[in-house]
Design a protein around this ligand. Structure first.
Ligand code: G
Ligand code: MN
Length: 246
């Protein structure tokens, strides 16, 4: 789980579930290697099911009983293959029900590429999930075939700006102008914005000055196994209270 930090609330408010694969012989296999393969051979659907089940178990065990942790939702990535299934909702909802996890505690992340694969069906999925209080976040916004039409066509509840965009914001004056305008557009639409890939304090401060809502990046925490992540959040939130007292 990787923390998503709210610059406004000064605490971790959500997590993204990021699957990792460890092989006895090969060691850790990076997601950039096994996810495209799993997408090709169809096992991505089973992987996603395992991830969702794990997240619900985690929420039920550690988050529902600990509201003071401040975790409002877990972001779970969904793949194009899953969205092509008309019964997407029926494959997801029973898992949440089994663990008594409220629908707003899972946010589904999808990329522009996934959304455009079957746009009509995707729109219908988003409306159906919206009716039961489950939202979609647009992942990796600005990477690849970015186009503001995705913002217009689909009722995303949240936008995540891709880490490559964040990096070029700080390196390239042209990118800075373009991305600042993207940020303003998203803000005018009233959509919460997460910037990914923030690795330094100066970057976080600069984005805070632009009114960015949330940050996901190594500066506020790398992806961690669940126990470590819980410890990290507790320590961070406790520290915040301590600072407040002094
Ligand atoms: O595509 P998506 O946004 O779901 O993928 C997130 C990936 O980006 C994760 O695998 C995570 O490890 C990586 N990541 C998250 N934050 C940072 C960061 O600040 N720097 C770098 N280099 N990678 C990051
Ligand atoms: Mn993601």
């Amino acid at each position: 789980y990787q923390p998503i930090y709210s610059l406004k609330e000064k605490c971790v408010v959500s997590l993204e579930a990021l699957v990792r694969l460890k092989d006895e012989k090969l060691g850790a296999i990076p997601p950039d290697e096994f996810i495209p393969l799993a997408e090709q051979n169809g096992t991505i659907t089973q992987i996603s099911e395992i991830v969702l089940e794990e997240c619900c178990r985690f929420l039920a065990k550690h988050v529902l009983s600990n509201p003071s942790l401040g975790i409002r939702t877990i972001h779970v990535n969904i793949a194009a293959a899953q969205c092509l299934n008309r019964n997407l909702k029926e494959s997801i909802l029973p898992v949440l029900e089994r663990y008594h996890v409220p629908t707003h505690m899972i946010t589904l992340e999808l990329t522009e590429r996934t959304a455009i694969e079957a746009p009509k069906l995707m729109l219908w999925h988003m409306q159906e999930f919206g009716k039961i209080g489950m939202g979609f976040a647009m992942d990796d916004y600005g990477n690849g075939n970015s186009n503001c039409s995705y913002l217009i066509r689909f009722p995303f509840r949240e936008i995540k700006i891709d880490k490559d965009m964040t990096w070029s914001y700080f390196e390239n004056p042209t990118a800075k102008i373009v991305i600042e305008n993207e940020i303003k557009t998203i803000q005018k639409l009233g959509l919460p914005l997460i910037m990914e890939g923030v690795e330094k304090k100066e970057q976080s401060d600069a984005l805070e000055a632009l009114g960015v809502d949330m940050i996901q990046g190594y500066y506020y925490g790398k992806p961690m196994p669940e126990t470590e992540c819980l410890r990290y959040i507790r320590r961070m939130h406790f520290a915040k209270e301590e600072y407040g007292k002094s």
